[in-house]
Write a new protein. Sequence first.
Length: 227
Amino acid sequence: MKVLIKRFLEGKTWFDEFNIEYKDDETVLELLDKIKAIDRSITYRSFCRSSICGTCAIKVNNKTILACKSKVKDFVENDELVIQPLDRVKVIKDLVVDNDIIEDRLKKNKTWFEFNGNYLQKPEDLKKIEKQTDCILCMACFAECEALDYDKNFGGPFAFTKVYRFFFDTRDKLKQERIDIAKENGLYNCINCQKCVIVCPKGIASAYDIKMLQSCDVNNVEINNFF
């Protein structure tokens, strides 16, 4: 199999080509490890190897994936694999991108707790936000978000999923203030392309989360009416 890896160093880009054999159960991350044994200069991120840390998100044959979760056999086309860094984020070196954008977006949207005094939570209340807490901040959704092509300051799908996670948490006291902050960061600029839903490795529908937040603001409906 021919593997093309996009390289980036000091403003220069090019593709390096490798001929590698792969096994049916081999992940893209394992393939990268094999290539790095050939060329130690190739740079990429990986930590947990269990689809938890979210650091190994890349593009393979124009599909945004988690390298540790994805099997090579599922992406090979014409016995070729093209590996590139994520779109819409600054590349530092090769497949490594600047993930400071995560901290920036989370801070702007104030995605942390301000307790209302009650630290306990019923299981049924936790279930309302359980899916959103699965977000691993891999930036796959951000890299695919077409709204960013029109608004560079758009908060991004993962940021609004985090807003949802706190807004619908019964222990949080900010509520409408969270919606107002999200509006300042482009809550209504989502174009509903649904690409965030397609690529999320955890099956989170950020487009749905955004619509829910919009509905809470426009209709001023009680939160519990949505569940």
